[in-house]
Design a protein around this ligand. Structure first.
Ligand code: PMT
Length: 404
């Protein structure tokens, strides 16, 4: 972390005391930490605690000391390598999601350019507040815009209730900061191919067959692998997402286009992660003109190539990861696909569970390993899950000697 500039934003919650430990850890790692506190945060921990730990005066308002220029909010948004808001209250995230800037911290968050400076929110609040639809919507909006959310933990809360809402621990936040700044670099020198999104199979010039994949899972994996130093190739069906900077990006529409790019890239890559929801079938013939209304329409569908199965047949050094989206008998179907496609790891999601699968910010998966092991992971953001999957891939490759 030496040389890295971190702005640590603190909003008003009891978890603010944990941010003192986080500031200490960051300083110990060599980072420069500039603390910005909201007025409510000062009710929980004195600014003196942070100025003593960081060796720098704490910024507390747009207008009072140590402000030295009228553009302090711009300077605080431009200078850091990363901004972490911990704890992030429902109020602060609501302001960030809706563009309200009525104090220094919320103004800095409005002035930040996310492509230059990542921003992490570490929410901390009562479970009912965290589960409130207004808060969920704000979180979803923030994620969609590229803010990173450090999922809160479950456990005993300051109010005495038990549930989701405890701020992530300082050590976990430190790891997330390092990953986000690509300081871990544990994938440096590796080439990772990710597929994402749906494919579209045309029926006529205005209609197509597709599915509900938003691409989020695959884009999160591509970003996480890039942040950990990998050379990333992302092959994506049509989505509404912006591809992360600094990767090779190939937009495709159909399964056959995806097949061509993936097969061409395959010999040179070390890891393939196929999150794409590829259409298994396509209309045998796409009509040249719009099909007109009639009482009945008979369609003949033909099989698309199975890209992953083909990779499984060709693989030599590559580590192959598949995804299985199932609505019933999850483990049996996922295991059968894993064997049929000769995979090293299968990520199985039961898409009937709330918060799992298609078009969600989060996922709930079970990991199936070669040799029969199964690991169930709890609900988490697709960002966090991506890192967990990359951790497991690294560990499995180490065990099978794939990297040595
Ligand atoms: O994009 P999101 O909205 O974030 O949603 C994520 C997701 C639900 C799409 C993702 O988590 C997921 O489960 N992806 C796999 C979807 C699926 O149903 O796969 P499948 O069971 O049809 O195929 C199994 C594996 O074979 C997949 O890795 C798939 O990419 C691959 N496959 C499938 C068919 C085909 N013709 N070629 C393939 O390569």
């Amino acid at each position: 972390m030496r040389g890295k500039k971190i702005v640590l934003g603190i909003s008003g919650g009891i978890a603010a005391y944990k941010s003192a430990e986080l500031a200490r850890l960051l300083i110990k790692e060599g980072a420069t930490v500039q603390v910005v506190m909201t007025a409510a945060a000062e009710r929980f921990v004195a600014p003196l605690t942070f100025s003593t730990l960081t060796g720098r005066p704490v910024y507390r308002s747009l207008f009072t000391e140590p402000v030295q220029s009228s553009t302090v909010h711009i300077d605080l948004a431009r200078e850091p390598d990363l901004i972490l808001v911990a704890p992030a209250t429902a109020n602060l995230m609501g302001k960030a999601a809706t563009g309200i800037a009525d104090d220094l911290l919320s103004t800095v968050l409005l002035a930040v350019r996310l492509d230059e400076c990542p921003v992490i929110f570490a929410p901390a609040m009562n479970t009912a507040m965290f589960q409130n639809p207004a808060v969920r919507d704000n979180l979803a909006q923030l994620r969609k815009r590229g803010f990173i959310i450090a999922d809160p933990l479950s456990g005993e809360l300051a109010c005495g209730e038990v549930g989701e809402g405890r701020m992530a621990e300082p050590e976990q936040l430190l790891t997330l900061i390092k990953r986000t700044l690509a300081i871990s670099d544990d994938y440096a020198g590796e080439s990772v191919l990710v597929t994402a999104g749906p494919t579209r199979e045309s029926l006529d010039p205005v209609r197509f067959f597709s599915n509900h994949s938003s691409g989020r899972m695959g884009y999160a994996l591509a970003l996480a692998a890039r942040n950990r130093g990998a050379k990333v190739i992302l092959v994506s069906g049509p989505t509404a997402l912006n591809p992360p900077a600094g990767i090779e990006f190939y937009p495709v529409t159909t399964a056959r286009e995806m097949y061509d790019i993936v097969l061409e890239s395959f010999p040179a890559v070390d890891v393939v992660i196929k999150t794409a929801a590829v259409a298994d079938f396509r209309p045998e013939l796409a009509a040249e003109q719009k099909i007109k209304k009639k009482d009945e329409l008979q369609l003949r569908l033909v099989r698309n190539p199975d890209i992953l199965e083909e990779l499984g047949a060709r693989k030599n050094k590559q580590f192959l990861v598949g995804f299985a989206a199932e609505t019933t008998d999850l483990l049996n179907y996922a295991r059968a696909k894993m064997e049929q496609k000769n995979l090293d790891l299968m990520v199985a999601n039961d898409v009937t569970q709330p918060g799992a699968g298609f078009n969600t910010e989060t996922n709930i998966v079970q990991l199936l390993y070669r040799g029969g092991g199964v690991e169930a992971l709890p609900l988490m953001s697709k960002d966090e899950l991506s890192h967990q999957i990359l951790d497991r891939i690294k560990e499995a490759r180490r065990k099978i000697g794939g990297r040595e």
